[in-house]
Design a protein around this ligand. Structure first.
Ligand code: 4NP
Length: 163
């Protein structure tokens, strides 16, 4: 691809109020640090529709804010036709991946759909970002640690493969 390519990525979890908004916020912060926010467009969505229109969960916002990151996303549901808008769709867990694969009906999702933690150097064979919604604060901290160490690896991948 040429040097003026724009790459579009979307992080996807279940509700789009915890894990994928954090990934969007952390990744956007990285892009700003590197001056790449015009080259890589970041979005997030949920496979479910329960929280459409909502800001990120207050607990996820608080965890992010304590690390200097403001979560700006408004929850939206991923639709099958959205695959054509994105170059890379990153599922936060296997269940999200299965839902997306189903929606993508094979060819649409082909080559675009990946597990977020497949880029985590410390995944140790577990590719799920654990859903923190029904747990305590430690779950949100754990999600932050996973997302924070994985986003730079995803950015490196995009630089290598897409820009
Ligand atoms: P997320 O977390 O998928 O990381 O946004 C969840 C948020 C809400 C629900 C489940 C998971 N829920 O069941 O409402």
């Amino acid at each position: 691809m040429t040097s003026d390519t724009t790459v579009r990525i979307c992080f996807v979890c279940l509700g789009n109020i915890c894990r994928s908004p954090l990934a969007e916020g952390v990744f956007t912060d990285l892009l700003k640090q590197e001056g790449l926010e015009d080259r890589i467009l970041v979005d997030s969505a949920g496979t479910g529709n329960w929280h459409v229109g909502a800001r990120a969960d207050a607990r996820m916002q608080a965890t992010a804010r304590s690390r200097g990151i403001e979560l700006q996303s408004i929850a939206q549901q991923f639709e099958p036709g959205d695959f054509k808008h994105y170059d890379l769709v990153l599922a936060m867990d296997q269940s999200n991946h299965d839902s997306l694969e189903h929606m993508g009906s094979g060819r649409l999702a082909d080559g675009k759909l990946r597990m977020f933690r497949s880029f985590d150097p410390q995944h140790n064979g577990d590719l799920n970002v654990p859903d923190p919604y029904y747990g305590g604060d430690q779950g949100f901290e754990n999600v932050f640690e996973i997302v924070h160490r994985t986003c730079p690896q995803i950015l490196d991948h995009i630089k290598r493969e897409y820009l």
